[in-house]
Design a protein around this ligand. Structure first.
Ligand code: ASP
Length: 439
């Protein structure tokens, strides 16, 4: 059994957190490969080391005094090193980093040092081998992740390692400069390492006990999702639920490696298992609810639209020409609505309207902004009768007017459009009808 364990920034924000991480790793010999983030926030008003590094680099690039902020970064690591009683010194590393900042090594290089240094400290503390990600994670000339080369080199390198710490978030370009993934990219490194060692499990340790059924800022104390499929996760993430970097799914999904989201501060909690497929019934009919604000519905009406060949295409062509992608397209017999992102649409509004008039001569066009979309997602909906009915009666009871409905053909989700001001009320009503009343 081999497990790859990735620890997020808050899991490694202080010496106290390092101790928890070490206990977790030492509790299971299968946890052989460790991917750390840079030290994150110790409290809500703290600053992540990654952000401090960006700031420091910007200051040095602009010829401003970067030394105070560099000192703060040094202090963060030294506090961890000293409190843990380690003998490792990062002084030489910081000299190199400072010289590279002055030599304009780039923002990616700067940001990557957070993980690099944290990896060194963690490897020293655990007594594990340290493997610089620059030697095993590669990008191509265009800056795209080079999956084939990485997998070849990384799997060969790790085959000879009993235990290792591989810093997250970065790799190297063909010209040996450093490049990072997008923010939160240590999740991606963890997934790549899990694939390379053909891990049985990729554990992603963070500061929550898994994915929640709904956003805790809207629903009080929502339940944790025990098991979620990759497809369900994709639907929920697209609608704004974030715990895991989206690109972290691809490498492990292809290999059939499950991901377990776990809480460093409550290691006994089961967390959430993310799997390709499962026969496990979800605890409730729905797996999760997520939503986003800021959509516009453009509704086009024309008599006999239904029998006009190519009508839909002509409409969508206008959006395409104006570089606006559409989210949903519910339609009636003589009406068709196109739901788009408000921020994109606003810039091109008049061009789009003129284009629709020119292309299709409609009877009327109606625009409604400030629409929120809510995705109710669940593999359990397919085999349960009355799911939509329950959603709509809950919304009616909550006095929420439904503007749009769209059920994906896979029966994995139902998308509901409501007025922005009803967004939170609608989320709570849906949560309550499926979860609270089922407990
Ligand atoms: N430290 C990086 C960030 O803050 C990457 C990560 O934590 O995954 O985005």
């Amino acid at each position: 059994m081999v497990k790859v364990v990735k620890f997020g920034g808050s899991s490694l924000a202080s010496a106290e957190q390092f101790k928890k991480v070490s206990n977790i790793i030492k509790a299971d010999p299968a946890r052989r490969f460790v991917v750390p983030s840079a030290p994150g926030k110790r409290s809500s008003d703290d600053t992540k080391v990654t952000d401090m590094l960006y700031e420091c680099y910007t200051a040095s690039a602009k010829g401003m005094d970067y030394k105070p902020i560099l000192q703060k970064i040094k202090d963060r690591y030294n506090e961890i090193i000293n409190t843990l009683g380690l003998s490792i010194s990062l002084d030489k590393e910081f000299d190199i980093i400072e010289a590279c900042f002055i030599g304009k090594a780039g923002r990616d290089y700067a940001a990557s040092r957070g993980e690099y240094l944290n990896g060194m400290v963690l490897a020293d503390y655990l007594g594990f081998e340290f493997i610089d990600a620059a030697e095993v994670i590669f990008f191509d000339d265009n800056g795209a992740f080079d999956a084939d080369r990485t997998n070849e080199v990384l799997s060969e390198r790790l085959a000879t390692a009993k235990n290792a710490v591989i810093p997250g978030f970065y790799g190297s370009m063909p010209n040996d400069t450093i490049k990072t993934f997008s923010r939160g990219g240590s999740d991606v490194t963890g997934s790549i390492v899990a694939k390379a060692v053909k891990a049985d499990l990729y554990e992603n340790w963070t500061d929550v006990s898994g994915f929640l059924v709904a956003d805790p800022r809207i629903v009080k104390n929502p339940k944790v999702i025990e098991t979620i499929t990759y497809k369900e996760l994709r639907e929920l993430s697209y609608m704004g639920a974030t715990v895991l970097h989206e690109d972290a799914i691809f490498p492990v999904r292809k290999e059939g490696i499950p991901i377990n989201i776990k809480n460093t501060n409550a290691p006994e909690d089961k967390g959430t298992m993310i799997v390709e497929s499962t026969s496990k019934k979800p605890n409730y009919t729905i797996t999760g609810i997520a939503g986003k604000r800021g959509f516009t519905a453009v509704s086009i009406e024309k008599d006999m639209m239904n029998s006009e060949l190519g009508f839909g295409r002509k409409i969508l062509e206008v959006f395409e020409k104006n570089n606006i992608s559409f989210e949903h397209m519910p339609s009636g017999i003589d009406t068709m609505s196109v739901i788009v992102q408000q921020s994109e649409f606003e810039k091109k509004e008049q061009e789009v309207l003129a284009g629709i008039h020119r292309n299709t001569s409609p009877d009327s066009i109606d625009i409604e902004s400030d629409i929120a979309l809510i995705a109710v997602v669940g593999r359990g909906m397919k085999s349960t009768r009355g799911t939509a009915g329950r959603i709509f009666s809950a919304l009616a009871h909550a006095h929420v007017n439904v503007k749009m409905i769209d059920q994906g053909s896979s029966e994995l989700n139902i998308i509901i459009g409501v007025k922005d001001e009803d967004f939170e009320k609608a989320m709570v009503a849906i949560y309550d009808i499926f979860v609270t009343t089922c407990v």
